[in-house]
Design a protein around this ligand. Structure first.
Ligand SMILES: C[S@@+](CC[C@H](N)C(=O)[O-])C[C@H]1O[C@@H](n2cnc3c(N)ncnc32)[C@H](O)[C@@H]1O
Length: 206
């Protein structure tokens, strides 16, 4: 689905890093022990540089930045990019601590398949739109609204292939636990398995 004539649908969607849920996750979420920071390789004392190639509403980037990572976020949808920009601005005015986190996040508008061609980041994180679940009522409202704007990401296989060439340390793919793997992709080096989601970690030997 091609968006951006669908920008008005984004009116129901907000990017808010300072809502209760986000602040709670920051304070009580489990720090670097959570699945995502573990998949990224956020060991104690090491604050990695990460490219989030599918920024979306920036929640995963915000989590990583709140734990000390420096995150370059890339989002190709005009509407979602705009929401993210607004969310970052609002959060930067919230308080000193949040401003420090936002200062570790950089937002770029564009297609990662093009932008990554001229970057060699240590770590690339990819969380494409997931295949539609049979039990669609279980899919969170926010995700349904996001899908209304951006549609599917049918080119995510190509994005991962490129990421595997450009990253110098690891590529991490977030994918539903029960979904078929993306076809043609090499097996991950290891996986971190959650209740509904898994992180496939591809270590790069360069
Ligand atoms: C599932 S959402 C990501 C959610 C995000 N991890 C979060 O925490 O909010 C996927 C997003 O990636 C974006 N996207 C997919 N492929 C992309 C690409 N090649 N370049 C840039 N953005 C892309 C989509 O437009 C969509 O906004």
């Amino acid at each position: 689905m091609q968006e951006d004539n669908k920008t008005n649908l984004g009116n129901n969607l907000v990017c808010d890093f300072t809502n209760e849920k986000s602040l709670y996750r920051q304070a009580h979420g489990g720090g670097r022990n959570q699945h995502l920071p573990r998949a990224i390789g956020m060991k104690k004392g090491h604050n990695p540089k990460v490219v989030d190639a599918t920024a979306g509403l920036g929640r995963d980037s915000f989590l990583l930045a709140s734990l000390g990572a420096h995150v370059m976020m890339i989002e190709r949808s005009d509407a979602v990019h705009k929401l993210l920009e607004q969310g970052l601005l609002k959060a930067s005015e919230f308080d000193c601590n949040t401003l420090k986190i936002i200062n570790r996040m950089k937002l770029i508008h564009g297609d990662s398949k093009i932008i990554l061609q001229s970057l060699s980041p240590e770590i690339i994180y990819i969380d494409p739109m997931h295949p539609i679940r049979k039990k669609s009522a279980l899919v969170k409202k926010e995700m349904r609204l996001l899908r209304d704007i951006v549609g599917d990401d049918p080119d995510s296989g190509d994005l991962i292939e490129l990421a595997l060439k450009r990253a110098t340390k690891r590529v991490v793919l977030k994918w539903p636990l029960s979904a078929d793997s993306i076809s043609g992709l090499v097996s991950p080096t290891h996986q971190i398995i959650g209740k509904t989601t898994r992180y496939d970690v591809f270590m790069i030997n360069k």
